[in-house]
Design a protein around this ligand. Structure first.
Ligand code: PLP
Length: 426
């Protein structure tokens, strides 16, 4: 088949707009008449800096990112950020405690063993990362936090499986969350790609107070970035891999509040972190280093940034209301698909709770007849024959998963909805 025959619902990497890829193919051979392909130009060239700066500006415009936030392009995927968030925000927590305990004392901290002891005690007793575990990805992130820091510093503020028979699919009421005081960060995954669970809005209990102060919140938006408006100010950091709604696999974006970068809060010294038995970030995961170098501390794939930039330009051209326009389309596509599924409750069963089901990863079972496996196999085969592909659920869960990313056109969702109805009545 050709590209135009297929609507691909895979969970990521996702489809990219064909016109963007056609332009990118030309740019790979000869970028802007320079005779060199874009992937061959130096990442230190003015041309590379322009591509980075333009992509940053367009992302800021799409998402209304305030001026006191920085955009970083990194490598290592969303998974790399499970680690990076821990290193950097634990560093920032220690820097704050250090300031509290050492005040204006300058010089080598090791000259003040009693103060170091006090700091050590604070770390032992109070250093916590809070995780809201609502699906496979936040669970993985919490496991990485535990691997890096040890379990005594990890607080699972909520585990959605507990009140749901051991399975993900709900977000327990906020009144049941056990948040720590002054956590180094509160972590959540805004859309659980595997389980089809999405936070319908920013959690009330994590909102900043009237003074603008609130918990330090870090969110994984790998699968729903650029599908809805987000209150960026409520977050200290947001991260996402490019490969679902922004561009190609290969770059990871971090949007971080500048107050977590120097000079306000510097990373504690390596010696201090060692004396506290806390991990020191690998240099490429240190936000400060990446920010200081405008994401060019080491060789970055400028091609990937270029593709992301083109996708952002297209979004800005298509929707005067920027990501608000994309959100309306995402909601409409999700509504079409869920309506079709819900019209046949004896044939299809949606897995997550209605209140938290994802607009982006739509997960359901096909229970037509007695044999679910056979029914799902038939659903997938018949779908594929009609050009509806990538619908198989995650290997850990089975079932059907339709990933409704930005590259799925409205007509693709309509076609899928028609197929769902036809399959149910055939
Ligand atoms: N977080 C979420 C929500 C994801 O969906 C994924 C990948 O699908 C990841 C993290 C891991 O991202 P990566 O494969 O870029 O490390």
């Amino acid at each position: 088949p050709s590209r135009t025959d297929i609507t691909y619902f895979g969970a990521g990497p996702a489809l990219l707009p064909t016109d963007t890829l056609e332009e990118a193919a030309k740019a790979l051979l000869n970028y802007n008449g320079t005779g060199l392909g874009i992937a061959e130009h130096s990442h230190r060239s003015a041309l590379a800096a322009d591509i980075i700066n333009q992509a940053k500006a367009d992302l800021a415009s799409c998402l209304d990112i305030p001026d006191d936030y920085e955009v970083l392009f990194m490598q290592g995927g969303g998974t790399g950020q499970f680690s990076a968030a821990v290193y950097n925000f634990v560093g920032a927590w220690v820097a704050r405690k250090y300031k509290e305990i050492f005040g204006d004392i300058k010089g080598d901290p090791a000259d003040h063993p009693e103060l170091i002891q006090q700091l050590k005690q604070a770390v032992d007793n109070d250093l916590k990362i809070d995780y809201l575990v609502t699906g496979g990805w936040s669970q993985k992130a919490s496991a990485e936090g535990e691997r890096l820091l040890g379990s005594k510093h990890i607080n699972i503020a909520v585990d959605a499986r507990k009140a749901n028979g051991g399975k993900f699919g709900t977000i327990p009421d906020e009144s049941t969350w056990k948040l720590s005081e002054n956590a180094a960060l509160v972590y959540f995954c805004s859309n659980e790609t595997v389980d089809g669970v999405e936070f319908p809005a920013f959690p009330k209990s994590l909102e900043p107070g009237p003074d603008g102060k609130g918990p330090i919140v870090v969110a994984d938006m790998s699968s729903n970035i650029l599908t809805r408006k987000i209150p960026v100010r409520n977050f200290s950091a947001i991260f996402f891999g490019a490969q679902k709604n922004l561009g190609m696999t290969g770059i990871t974006v971090v949007v971080i509040k500048k107050s977590f970068l120097p000079p306000t809060i510097s990373q504690p010294s390596v010696a201090l972190m060692r004396s506290l038995a806390l991990p020191v970030p690998p240099i490429i995961f240190q936000y400060e280093t990446i920010a200081k170098n405008n994401s060019l501390y080491n060789t970055l794939s400028i091609f990937d940034v270029y593709v992301a930039g083109q996708v952002l330009k297209k979004l800005l051209r298509t929707y005067p209301n920027k990501v608000g326009g994309q959100e309306a389309v995402t909601d409409e596509k999700a509504r079409l698909i869920y309506d079709a599924v819900e019209a046949f409750p004896e044939i299809y069963k949606i897995i997550p709770d209605k209140a938290v089901r994802s607009r982006v990863n739509i997960c359901f079972r096909v229970t037509k007849g007695d044999d679910t496996d056979a029914a799902e196999k038939a659903f997938l085969e018949e779908g594929t024959a009609q050009g509806l592909t990538g619908l198989k659920g995650h290997r850990s869960l089975g079932g059907i998963r339709a990933s409704n990313y930005n590259s799925i056109p409205l007509e693709g969702a309509e076609k899928f909805a028609r197929f769902i109805r036809a399959f149910a009545t055939s």
